[in-house]
Ligand binder design. Structure first.
Ligand code: CP
Length: 333
């Protein structure tokens, strides 16, 4: 049966840990250029309703490295939601492709895509979660600290969709999560309640405060995200006023964190807004390792979710169709 990767809450802690260990192996193989063609001749439809650098590039390169192919689709170039229902698009793509990656504005639309798609769907971000980014982030922390449970993660800033999935995966895997944000931008009660249930099960702690200085005191990792994004242009001024200067991750704030603390950001960053140049470019920053790890994360996800539904031909020459096609081709002048 196909499984989709659109919501961290649909996975157990053990399943998430397995994916993290898979990323580690895949990274080693990929770095050695020794990744097997596990998605040989497979095709991935990639739907992007918003721009993307990391998500698009990582999925596209991952498909190439695994022996498959990716197709980039954006509104205006496909009929999704305009001249065709999401369900019809999902069924058509499922007939031609082996998987779908989708960055959709509304989470309810990815649920619709999942409902009608007969191939696995992987989320590349919706207004609810950014699960591939959060899985990558935990892998990046594991790679640095060689452990997961008991790590202290401090998030400074807005409760974005990326924040939601990071909170979910952290609380499932036993990381202690500290968040500092103005009251208005703290997580919704429903999100926090789900995370608190996870934390109770894993034995971790969640602290939400308005004080960034207090939040970074025991941080192993300090994380921030954009204060405003596409669709929030009208709120830019209000949001800047709410976050600046108190919630900016700058040298002064990083000095309050333990010396070993690393700085993380999912990127794109608005430099000298939520983070200063001298933090993002410092020795403590691991943002570009984090970005690179998106590639290995997508490779692992593609293997785990799409690779297992395929039966790739082992060798073209031993394939019955290859022989048949060659026979016919031989008859052509
Ligand atoms: N972090 C992230 O998803 O980046 P992109 O928007 O460039 O894909």
């Amino acid at each position: 049966m196909k499984r989709d990767f659109i919501d961290i809450q649909e996975f157990t802690a053990d399943e998430l840990k397995t994916l993290i260990y898979l990323i580690e192996i895949v990274k080693k193989a990929s770095k050695e250029r020794a990744l097997p063609d596990l998605l040989y001749k497979a095709s991935l439809a990639m739907i992007f309703e918003e721009p993307s650098t990391r998500t698009r590039t990582s999925f596209e390169v991952a498909m190439t490295e695994l022996g498959g192919h990716a197709i980039y689709m954006k509104p205006g170039e496909i009929h999704l939601g305009a001249r065709e229902t999401i369900g019809d698009t999902a069924q058509v793509l499922s007939r031609m492709c082996d998987g779908i990656e989708a960055r959709l504005l509304k989470h309810k639309n990815i649920l619709e895509l999942v409902k009608y798609a007969t191939v696995p769907v992987i989320s590349g971000l919706t207004d609810y979660q950014h699960p591939t980014q959060s899985l990558c982030d935990i892998f990046t922390m594991y790679e640095n600290a060689r452990k997961i449970k008991g790590l202290n993660l401090t998030f400074i800033g807005d409760s974005t969709e990326n924040f939601n999935s990071l909170l979910f995966i952290s609380s499932k895997l036993g990381l202690n999560f500290y968040m500092a944000s103005p009251k208005k931008y703290q997580p919704k009660e429903s999100i926090l309640n789900e995370a608190l249930k996870n934390a109770k099960e894993s034995g971790s702690e969640i602290v939400i405060t308005e004080d960034p200085k207090e939040a970074v005191l025991q941080a192993d990792f300090v994380y921030t995200d954009l204060w405003y994004w596409i669709g929030q242009e009208d709120e830019e001024e209000e949001r800047r006023a709410a976050f600046m200067p108190k919630y900016q991750v700058n040298e002064k704030l990083m000095k309050l964190a333990p010396l070993h603390a690393k700085f993380m950001h999912c990127l794109p960053a608005s430099r000298n807004t939520e983070v200063t140049d001298n933090v993002i470019d410092s020795e403590q920053s691991i943002v570009f390792d984090e970005a690179e790890n998106r590639l290995y994360t997508e490779e692992a996800l593609l293997i785990a979710f799409i690779g297992r539904t395929l039966k790739p031909w082992e060798k073209d020459k031993e394939n019955i169709y290859y022989k048949e096609i060659n026979k016919i081709m031989g008859k052509l002048s």
